[in-house]
Design a protein around this ligand. Structure first.
Ligand code: ATP
Length: 340
């Protein structure tokens, strides 16, 4: 992999070890200019360390990093065209919103009138006009998050690094801020690198997702690739929930002798199953109402399988039901990579 003029960030075989801990272990990826790139993985899988390597807060133990074609090793954080939004926002509690946002410009010696003008512009970008004089304690969690965003944008970086920026917000606010971030990304045309352990967030927001496990990237692709064509059991399991069939079990479900993923929403129950390629009889173990759907546990071929039924489809425990799925719903994978 070599960088091109369209490359914002390039990692070539990058490792960052802390003593015996291989936080990042031989990672390769390329992030295009203007891309919304998500790093997704369980806790401790090396996502934040990768972000800190891009920001310059960490140096690689081995490998090579480029930012816009320039070698990043040894380059101080403030010499890189990148800025970070931290999960805990890291706002100065004693400063007003305006001064929090203008702070980085003050450090750079930008004259007061100019820095306040630019801070107000950044606040208007995140729709926080009129809050200039407040202090962080006088804001809601979502508003504080917007101040942190404005502060990261005021320097006009080319790459915005977001480390679990929505982790502290409740679900409703999280969804609002997800939309807000997508709007900002489109409006500004910047490169966004977003770290999260929430697969729904990564799938709904990013152009491409890198799935991490144990310091390595196990798959990179569009959200559709990652969800519909996971290459390993680990990805199928971590990204959404899936029924994982062993090479022994898969043929009984219409598949081939490989590790196979069968997504719950691909399994139809009752009359709807009649038109499917593979049809079997199942016993209903239980159903759980989840609003739009009913999560339905079934016993098929002696195995417990999870399906998603429409909310209107109520089934009795112990009832026999016809179930079916298409051949295309059976996705064969490599076996390795399941060690969460
Ligand atoms: P989380 O989602 O919990 O933030 P993560 O995927 O971002 O996890 P990292 O923070 O990159 O993971 O950490 C990867 C591994 O490296 C972990 O085992 C962590 O304990 C270890 N690690 C990170 N920073 C250091 C450090 N400064 N010293 C020692 N070990 C570290």
């Amino acid at each position: 992999m070599t960088s091109t003029s369209a490359t914002a960030v390039l990692f070539q075989n990058v490792s960052r070890h802390f003593g015996t801990v291989r936080a990042v272990d031989g990672v390769d990826f390329e992030i295009g200019q203007g891309e919304f790139f998500a790093m997704l993985g369980p806790s401790g899988s090396g996502k934040t360390t990768c972000l800190r390597l891009i920001a310059g807060f960490e140096q690689p133990t081995a490998g090579h990093i480029e930012i816009f074609g320039e070698t990043a090793e040894g380059l101080a954080p403030n010499r890189r065209d990148v800025n970070t939004v931290f999960q805990d926002y890291a706002l100065f509690p004693h400063m007003t919103v305006l001064n929090n946002v203008a702070y980085a410009l003050m450090v750079r010696g930008v004259p007061r009138a100019e820095r306040e003008k630019r801070a107000r512009e950044a606040l208007s970008l995140v729709r926080l006009e009129g809050m200039d004089a407040r202090r962080p304690a006088q804001l809601s969690g979502g508003q504080r998050q917007r101040v942190a965003l404005a502060r990261a944008l005021v320097n006009r970086p080319k790459v915005l690094l977001l480390d679990e920026p929505l982790g502290a917000l409740d679900l409703k606010l999280r969804e609002e801020m997800q939309e807000e971030l997508r709007r900002l990304h489109k409006q500004l045309g910047l490169t966004f690198v977003f770290v999260t352990h929430d697969q729904g967030e990564a799938l709904s927001m990013a152009d491409r997702v890198a799935v991490f496990n144990k310091g390595r990237i196990v798959q990179v692709g569009t959200p559709e690739d990652i969800y519909q064509r996971p290459t390993t059991r680990f990805v199928a399991d971590f990204v959404g929930s899936s029924n994982i069939l062993t090479p022994d079990q898969a043929p009984r479900f219409g598949g081939v002798s490989r590790w196979t993923s069968l997504r719950p929403e691909s399994i139809l129950i009752g009359a709807a199953a009649d038109a499917m390629d593979v049809r079997q009889t199942a016993e209903v173990i239980d159903q759980q109402f989840q609003g739009a759907m009913r999560k339905t546990r079934l016993k098929i071929n002696g195995l417990e399988i999870c399906a998603m039924a429409p909310a209107s489809q109520t089934l009795g425990v112990g009832q026999a039901a016809t179930v079916g799925w298409s051949h295309g719903a059976l996705h064969a994978m490599d076996g390795e990579g399941n060690d969460v």
